[in-house]
Design a binder for this molecule. Structure first.
Ligand SMILES: [Zn+2]
Length: 295
């Protein structure tokens, strides 16, 4: 289990052991924190017949079925698109049956903030009058996007990003990697995003972005080829530029340069909104911004 989820896991499993676990748990954490893995581990632990130290034993019938992804009392809704009312209804019908194996039933709803309004409404009754021993585990990346009616009926559990020191020691232990603070900031201190950027996408991560900016400054790269390489990540690049400008602003030696960085930062912010528009030429926007920022 990721270290930043351990305290929450402990709290929830202790409540479960004391028969006082809330039937609808909302897990709120931004992308790149590992909430998917967390809710699935939690489901295993809740369904296990003989948890040891609040953790699934791995050997009982329930654990074996969970490991084979064939547990009859475990339902998952995980859509890349919107969650439809039909998906919710289908799951709720199944939940009404008696638990076949464990005493408990678990429904995981990932990205619960993508439920349509009708889907959310279909879920409301179950949230108000849950069937016995049924647990709903909802995950969200942005709690603000969830309907207030859903929000008010769930127990909210927000997991904040770990500190720089925690990320450093986790990356070192699990991936033998070291990472600078600005790299962490570029990925909003989301440990899995940082690990992916370091290990899987070195060509297009923040470090590579910084290197390319350095190359432009030295005249070894043209803004057009820069835009050619980075246009698919234009929005993220502009966000990184803003971060860099903010830090330059904070460390500016005098008011004049501080104002200058504020100005440029505001310009980048406006361009960031533009790249969201359909049909905009992201290459053009990016090379234009780079020319202005590096001038
Ligand atoms: Zn077990």
């Amino acid at each position: 289990m990721y270290p930043w989820f351990i305290a929450l896991h402990h709290k929830l499993m202790r409540s479960a052991a004391a028969q006082s676990l809330h039937h609808a748990l909302l897990i709120n954490a931004k992308p790149g924190m590992g909430k998917h893995e967390f809710v699935h581990t939690l489901a295993n632990d809740l369904l296990c017949h003989a948890p040891f130290n609040l953790t699934a034993c791995g050997q009982c019938q329930s654990c074996l079925l969970n490991n084979a992804h064939t547990h009859p009392d475990r339902y998952v809704i995980a859509s890349d698109k919107q969650i439809s009312v039909n998906e919710i209804r289908e799951a709720l019908v199944k939940l009404q049956d008696h638990a076949q194996l464990s005493q408990r039933k678990v429904l995981i709803i990932e990205h619960a903030d993508t439920m349509t309004e009708a889907a959310a409404n279909a879920l409301l009754k179950t949230l108000e009058e849950p069937t016995d021993n049924t647990y709903l585990l909802l995950t969200v990346s942005d709690i603000q996007r969830l309907l207030p009616t859903i929000l008010s009926r769930c127990e909210k559990n927000s997991v904040t990003a770990p500190s720089a020191a925690e990320i450093t020691s986790w990356l070192h232990e699990t991936h033998q990697q070291t990472v600078a603070e600005d790299m962490m900031r570029a990925y909003q201190y989301a440990p899995l995003s940082i690990a992916t950027a370091l290990l899987e996408t070195p060509e297009t991560n923040y470090l590579s972005f910084k290197q390319d900016l350095g190359a432009i400054k030295k005249g070894q790269m043209h803004s057009v080829s820069f835009a050619q390489k980075w246009h698919q990540q234009a929005y993220q690049c502009l966000g990184w530029l803003q971060l860099m400008l903010q830090s330059k602003c904070l460390n500016a030696p005098d008011d004049a340069s501080r104002l200058h960085y504020l100005d440029v930062s505001e310009f980048v912010r406006i361009e960031m909104q533009r790249v969201h528009h359909q049909g905009i030429n992201k290459r053009l926007v990016l090379s234009h911004v780079i020319d202005k920022v590096m001038s």
